[in-house]
Design a protein around this ligand. Structure first.
Ligand code: TYM
Length: 343
């Protein structure tokens, strides 16, 4: 089964990225199990760090370089095996921008303007700065990231679902216009951790832009993580129960607990029957640290030799270039670009 997913290098990854996406990417690259339960030998996974997407919001070379390097090390620290998954930087594979342009010519502007993520990001941009066109055409580049590799599944958090639908529509439109090239990829979304919410406001998804108290960074100091969990908002009443409407804050903490511990929410409700919020939070902090400690330790070790991490990504880019060029040869032929000139 072919899998693809990407992440932006926009600073430290948080627990939402990890539980909504990254943790499953690692599992998929080692387990080889499809959502239908079909057991394959091992999935064929492509995981780009999408540095070109980050350019829509980061316009400082040093920051982008630093964030990209940290993202590379972080992915290796999480247990990605570069022998099993193709890890690479989007910018090292020029076919992404080439296909993105081709797809842009098939994309109605109205579809781009309707995207929720575009509207949210555009609202955050200052008047002086203005909305750059890259923010608008972002989903077409994302569609290219995906379609180049013809994956069956794209494991993402719920916030990316709309972009996946957009990608499927675009693939269908391309196939109808020029002839069959692309498979229609499906989003693969985890049930409970599809949308990890803020620790301070459970109506908003966990993200760094909300402020430091709202998220848990994967490489934060233990004291800071424990402090944030202690201060996390709770709901009225005192029961530890998963009830999204009545108890959004506790439900979010239960989902996080389940995500980091592998215990089911039902089992957790049983375990904390009659216990206080304080006991629950203290145990949750232990579970979060049990999950993060080995990753943090490995991150520190790998940070000693960033060039080694970069070399593994270079190797992945070579493979990604090979695979994507195969698709591009077919695409160029189908759309009528001159083969000899475009190669
Ligand atoms: P990005 O970089 O914002 O986030 C990376 C992944 O983390 C998930 N995520 C969350 N999941 C659950 N709860 C949260 N609070 C939370 N916050 C983030 C995201 O859903 C995502 O799966 N457009 C993409 C990057 C991208 C991409 C791609 C993804 C570019 N090309 C191709 C898949 C395939 C994005 O901005 O993700």
């Amino acid at each position: 089964m072919r899998i693809l997913s990407g992440i932006q290098p926009t600073g430290q990854f948080h627990l939402g990225n990890y539980l909504g996406a990254l943790k499953h990417w690692v599992d998929l690259s080692t387990s080889g199990r499809s959502p239908e339960g079909r057991q394959d030998k091992g999935n064929d996974c492509f995981y780009p760090i999408v540095d070109l997407h980050a350019l829509t919001t980061v316009h400082d070379a040093e920051t982008l370089r630093k964030n990209t390097q940290e993202a590379q090390i972080a992915m290796l620290a999480m247990g990605f095996d570069p022998e099993k998954s193709v890890l690479f930087l989007q910018s090292q594979v020029p076919a992404h921008t080439e296909l993105a342009w081709i797809l842009t010519t098939l994309t109605p502007i109205g579809d781009l303007e309707r995207m929720t993520q575009y509207k949210e990001k555009a609202a955050q941009v200052s008047k002086k700065e203005g909305i750059n066109a890259g923010l608008l055409t972002y989903p077409t580049l994302m569609a290219a990231d995906i379609l180049l590799y013809n994956p069956e599944y794209v494991p993402v958090g719920e916030d990316q679902k709309q972009h996946l639908e957009f990608t499927r529509n675009l693939a269908e439109k391309f196939n109808k216009t020029y002839g069959e090239v692309f498979k229609l990829p499906k989003a693969m979304i985890q049930k409970e951790t599809a949308r990890v919410m803020s620790l301070q406001d459970p109506t908003q998804k966990m993200s760094k832009s909300l402020g430091a108290q709202h998220y848990i960074g994967l490489f934060e100091e233990e004291d800071s993580i424990r402090g944030k969990i202690k201060k996390a908002v709770t709901d009225s009443g005192n029961k530890i129960k998963y009830e999204l409407r009545e108890k959004p804050a506790i439900s979010n903490l239960l989902a996080i607990y389940s995500g980091v511990s592998g215990k089911s929410i039902k089992d957790l409700e049983q375990e904390f029957l009659g216990k206080s919020y304080a006991d629950f939070k203290s145990s949750l902090a232990d579970a979060v640290m049990n999950q993060l400690r080995p990753i943090q330790k490995r991150y520190k070790e790998l940070s000693q030799s960033p060039a080694e991490a970069a070399a593994l990504f270079d190797k992945g880019a070579t493979k990604a270039n090979e695979v994507s060029q195969e698709t591009m040869t077919l695409v160029r032929k189908k759309i009528g670009l001159n083969e000899s000139l475009s190669r």
